[in-house]
Design a protein around this ligand. Structure first.
Ligand code: G3H
Length: 528
């Protein structure tokens, strides 16, 4: 692997440092004078990571304070937040959203600096999050309307509504530190669950401009933030038994460790987005140019740091040479730069050990018989790794089964269509797959072979999460629970009902409650 000369890697301006000394607890921004963690951008200035600021490294007592504040807001289900009307909760989220939009530029710019995401993709992450919040509010109205009626079944008259679950710990990932955090945070909140947010290791400061909006828009204790080592600030909270819902995006190993800390794990609902190893199956009938385009974007958008990225390309032998040659050439044409470089395709990696990790994966495959297929593959500087296309990969190589979560594209070759189907069946992951083919008979066989192994099969396109009305989930080690705009509302709530024998007396009681608006649960009010 060779190093590549660089053209434009410099950001247009220096970042405005954020030295965050506050954390949000009990509706107040509290001052922190204890230890902090310095934050450096993977974007280099003068050859070294650019200093971006620092954030609090809280201790166990502060974590417990956040939990107590959330527990008060929950009030064992009788607190201010779970008993507030859905309309009032929506009002709080709408207020927050308008304040969030006002700080868009600061969030987007910090996002680009902190995790090296290109400026256009950082903007996209912000804007799609705003759209997700709006769609969630529309969906919660729909859900509330559906619950605003009585059902009469087999002599029982009842009202069934979705009710909140309790204190929710939201832990987002570094690759979508805003979007993926908010796709659990907002549904959890709007369904009536107070929340404690623990940002990922990278991508913390971008949330700082949102602390004051959270404090202003929500009642005390409804949104709280914690920062620091998982062992110090997460384990004790879970071990206390006070976390009712865990929303976690990360590795299954970390999720299992967190869950094990709970004294009664069955009591903690888990909504998990975990690792994936999505396979693209390219058949001899594929339109190769289009397949190469989709596989390029699918494998290497944001340097391959997407859970939905294509992480193994399985290519039929008759088209293997043509496909790999075209893909390798397309990869070599990618522009290296900073998040602000025009047309950038390769940016610095936020995890300091990522370039070494990528190199080790490639070296392992090469030692076991694979070749590096593109000329620019390899390390560029301390934080950037030019994507490596590696093949043919085979069982026994780390790239075969490990999620690389970075700029390495492993390609395998197959002779019989049953082979890639077997690989997917035998894998530990089960999120999505892609098929590239123009033969409807073949496509039907592949869809049927994949649909019970993964949770989304993409025809002639890369894997992806959106549009967010579609279910986003996975089997095996890839997920627990389903997220989409409407599924997330279900994930963070449970159906609860009040019912009675359908007698004239009971009907009179129920009718009186509804007409006098004495209950917030038993209500036929229509949410406009
Ligand atoms: O990293 C996982 C993301 O949710 C993937 O979203 O497919 O839109 O990039 P995306």
């Amino acid at each position: 692997m060779r190093s590549t000369p660089l053209t434009d890697r410099s950001p247009p301006v220096s970042p405005t440092p954020i030295h965050q000394r506050q954390w949000l607890v009990g509706g107040k921004l509290r001052r922190w004078d204890g230890p902090v963690r310095e934050v450096f951008s993977p974007v280099l200035t003068g050859g070294v990571p650019t200093a971006l600021g620092s954030f609090p490294l809280l201790g166990e007592p502060e974590a417990h304070e956040a939990l107590s504040a959330a527990a008060v807001a929950w009030g064992k289900g009788r607190g201010v937040w779970p008993t507030m009307t859905v309309a009032a909760r929506i009002g709080c989220v709408e207020r927050f959203l308008s304040l969030m939009i006002a700080v868009r530029e600061r969030v987007v710019e910090t996002l680009a600096w902190e995790i090296g995401k290109s400026r256009p993709d950082s903007e996209k992450e912000f804007d799609r999050t705003v759209a997700y919040v709006r769609d969630t509010l529309a969906a919660v109205k729909e859900l509330d309307r559906a619950g605003s009626r009585f059902q009469q079944v087999d002599g029982i008259v009842a009202q069934v509504r979705r009710a909140p679950l309790g204190v929710t710990l939201c832990m987002g990932p570094f690759n979508y530190p805003l979007n993926e955090t908010f796709t659990t945070l907002i549904p959890a909140l709007v369904m009536g669950n107070p929340v404690i947010v623990k940002p990922a290791k990278y991508g913390v400061l971008l949330l700082e401009p949102l602390l004051a909006p959270f404090a202003e828009a929500f009642p005390s204790g409804v949104v709280n933030t914690i920062y620091g080592q998982g062992k110090t600030v997460v384990s004790p909270l879970v071990a206390s038994g006070g976390i009712d819902v865990l929303a976690f995006i990360g590795t299954s190993r970390a999720a299992d460790t967190i869950r094990r800390d709970h004294p009664k794990p069955h009591r903690m609902r888990c909504v998990l987005g975990l690792e994936a190893k999505n396979v693209a199956i390219v058949t001899p009938s594929a339109e190769l140019d289009a397949a190469v385009r989709e596989c390029l974007a699918g494998s290497l958008a944001f340097n391959g740091q997407r859970c939905t990225a294509l992480k193994l390309l399985a290519v039929a032998r008759p088209v293997f040479a043509r496909f790999t040659e075209a893909l390798a050439a397309a990869v070599d044409r990618l522009v290296v730069g900073s998040p602000w470089t025009k047309g950038v395709g390769v940016t610095p990696l936020p995890e300091p050990d990522a370039p070494e990790r990528m190199a080790a994966l490639v070296a392992d495959a090469v030692a076991k018989g694979a070749r590096v297929l593109n000329t620019r593959a390899g390390r560029i500087d301390a934080t950037t790794f030019f994507p490596a296309v590696v093949g043919p990969v085979a069982p026994g190589m780390r790239l075969w089964h490990e999620e690389q979560f970075g700029p390495v594209v492993p390609i395998a070759v197959w002779d019989d269509i049953e082979e890639p189907l077997r690989w997917v069946r035998d894998a530990d992951h089960g999120q999505q797959a892609s098929i590239f083919s123009r033969d409807s008979e073949e496509v039907a066989v592949l869809i049927d072979g994949l649909a019970n192994q993964v949770c989304r099969v993409n025809l002639n396109s890369q894997c992806q999460r959106g549009p967010d009305v579609f279910p986003f989930t996975g089997r095996k080690d890839s997920a627990e629970g389903t997220l989409s705009v409407s599924d997330a509302l279900r994930a963070f709530s449970i159906r609860s009902m009040a019912g009675a024998k359908d007698t004239p007396e009971n009907r009179a009681i129920l009718g009186d409650i509804v007409l006098s608006h004495r209950s917030s649960f038993l209500s036929t009010d229509w949410l406009f």
